[in-house]
Design a protein around this ligand. Structure first.
Ligand SMILES: C[S@@+](CC[C@H](N)C(=O)[O-])C[C@H]1O[C@@H](n2cnc3c(N)ncnc32)[C@H](O)[C@@H]1O
Length: 259
């Protein structure tokens, strides 16, 4: 696990464990997920805008707001992809703050870096991109004042471990804000989500040659957790409080977990 696209993080880091050594199944799955996000990377932002009609920007602002990020904070955007949440965090913490965007896809990170280069506002210089694994974060305990994770938790292979890592690198009293598609318990919402994926998302993604990649959305939601289950997951990991908010009419959801 190396820091790419930028110098190593200027912080006390523990030595990264070799991820999934000795576990072929997990290793294979991790590589498959990485490959999936590598293929999606070039069109990911366009598709997000198209498929959510631009609404993902609003949901991401809400996630940042729920994270409780303040001026001067040092914050983490986990599974940052091309950096939407990291850029929003950067505006919040300002030039005296620090944002780290971490992802295991080099392709997503290089898009994030290109976007950063195109932005002129001084605050965006406070973002550093790190290639790393959400299940084995290269940061010391209690390092961050807040964490966001957008559409990442659903995609990690070990959600319990991811939650424990979130808790470990958070300063006591601070928050993790986890935005994702909601696995709704309401039959109508769940049916509508499935219909949208089959009849809108997959056909549109097929036009970009990404049919298989976006068909995966359906199984990832099925294997994901409901709001209640996410709250339980956070509490079991050791968070002192966890509250799940449904947004976008229940199609999306945001877990707010307090250390
Ligand atoms: C659906 S994208 C979300 C990107 C961005 N957060 C957003 O909201 O637009 C999920 C991201 O999670 C990353 N990811 C998945 N599993 C990961 C892991 N175990 N460690 C680090 N990144 C991971 C993928 O590379 C991908 O960029």
């Amino acid at each position: 696990m190396a820091s790419v696209c930028c110098s190593p993080p200027p912080m006390p880091c523990r030595r990264p464990r070799k991820f999934s050594s000795g576990n072929r199944r997990i290793r294979c799955t991790t590589e498959e997920r990485q490959a999936l996000f590598r293929r999606i990377a070039p069109v990911y932002d366009n598709l997000n805008d198209l498929l959510s009609l631009g609404q993902h920007r609003v949901w991401k602002r809400m996630a940042v707001s729920w994270s409780g990020t303040r001026k001067g904070d040092c914050v983490l955007d986990l599974c940052c992809g091309s950096g939407d949440l990291a850029f929003l965090l950067s505006e919040k913490v300002g030039i005296d703050g620090k944002v780290i965007g971490l992802d295991f896809s080099r392709e997503q990170l290089s898009i994030a870096m290109s976007r950063q280069r195109l932005r002129t506002k001084a605050c965006y210089k406070n973002i550093e991109w790190i290639e790393g694994n959400a299940l084995d974060l290269p940061f010391s305990t209690g390092y961050f004042d807040a964490i966001t994770m957008g559409y990442g938790l659903r995609n990690v292979i070990d959600k319990e471990e991811a939650m424990k890592e979130l808790l470990r690198v958070l300063r006591p009293g601070s928050k993790a804000s986890v935005l994702d598609i909601n696995k709704s318990t309401r039959p109508f919402t769940a049916l509508f989500q499935e219909w949208m994926i089959d009849n809108v998302v997959v056909p549109v993604a097929s036009g970009y040659g990404l049919k298989e990649e976006y068909t995966y959305l359906k199984s990832s939601i099925k294997e994901y957790l409901t709001g209640k289950e996410l709250e339980q997951l956070a509490m079991a990991a050791g968070f002192s409080n966890a509250k799940f908010y449904e947004i976008a009419g229940g199609l999306m959801g945001n877990l707010v977990a307090t250390h």
